[in-house]
Design a protein around this ligand. Structure first.
Ligand code: NAD
Length: 264
């Protein structure tokens, strides 16, 4: 089996990454950062997000597992003390894989520029850089509302516990094939009106944003920020690809939610 290890880059994460690499080489696994069967990320959730983006071109062949060197993460759920156990699992057992949906984002521009396609594991946000953002929001080809406010967050179920949660969005089980739209400070008065509640769309329902004013805005895809100009539309739906996590022990999602947000 081919593996790679991705470190957050701090001292502790680098040391643990090196230990994992040495152990796996001793078990005669092949170190192959080009085409790994498994990617072990060491750091935090952000490190796993970076690893995901590095391998979006081969998601069907790559599984991810995360070790946390800070606090317990949603993606980074193995503790540094458990590294030996994890390595033996990886080396000795055919591992179980769970697949979760990710978000497809297509940005189309005015003029000749080609459209761009991205995948997000957590979410895509659009945020105004100055003034209010005004965008038409279409669902399945029909105008649903004209949004006016700070921005919008379109998240995956796995990302529902991240930025989406801070915006009052619902926590969704990551196995659900959905996308969720949450507002950032919408202006609501007698002139401007939006639904005000987060919306959850099923698979195959497309959401389209069309900018209506000339305000510069930024688009984020997980931890990445893209500055956008001349955008005609941004289209969202559940992607055909899925993210694959290697599972070596049960860690029920709701237990993780409780341990992260309520109490251990
Ligand atoms: P970061 O260092 O700012 O960390 C953000 C926090 O989000 C970390 O504590 C991380 O553990 C947590 N996180 C990431 N994915 C999560 C998930 N799926 N469920 C629960 N918690 C999660 O940034 P980063 O580590 O590069 O992560 C980028 C992510 O940060 C973005 O995808 C976005 O979801 C999140 N974020 C949140 C807010 C907010 O809550 N107001 C603002 C900006 C970004």
């Amino acid at each position: 089996m081919r593996f790679t290890v991705r470190s957050r880059g701090d001292h502790d994460s680098n040391m643990i990454s090196q230990r994992i690499k040495n152990y796996l080489l001793e078990f005669s696994l092949e170190f192959d950062p080009e085409s790994p069967d498994i990617v072990i990320s060491v750091g935090g959730d952000g490190t796993l997000l970076e690893a995901f983006h590095e391998y979006t071109h081969r998601l069907s062949e790559t599984a991810f597992v995360g070790v946390h060197t800070g606090h317990l993460g949603f993606y980074a759920d193995w503790q540094p003390e458990e590294v030996e156990k994890l390595v033996i699992h990886i080396a000795k057992t055919p591992f179980k894989v769970v697949e979760y949906p990710v978000l497809e984002v297509i940005i189309r521009h005015n003029g000749e520029r080609k459209s761009e396609r991205f995948l997000a594991l957590n979410e895509c946000t659009v945020k105004s850089m100055e003034g209010s953002l005004v965008m038409d929001l279409e669902i399945k080809g029909d105008l649903f509302e004209t949004f006016r406010g700070d921005g919008l967050c379109i998240s995956t179920p796995s990302g529902s516990t991240a930025y989406n949660k801070a915006l009052g969005g619902a926590i969704l089980h990551p196995s659900l094939s959905t996308i969720q739209i949450a507002e950032m400070a919408s202006i609501n008065n007698r002139v401007y009106r939006t639904v005000g509640s987060p919306l959850v769309l099923p698979q195959h329902h497309t959401c389209l944003l069309k900018p209506k004013n000339n305000v510069d805005f930024q688009v984020t895809i997980d931890h990445l920020t893209l500055l956008q100009q001349e955008v005609k539309s941004i289209q969202y739906r559940v992607a055909e690809e899925k993210v694959r996590f290697a599972r070596f022990r049960p860690f029920p999602f709701w237990k993780r939610v409780k341990e992260s947000f309520i109490a251990e």
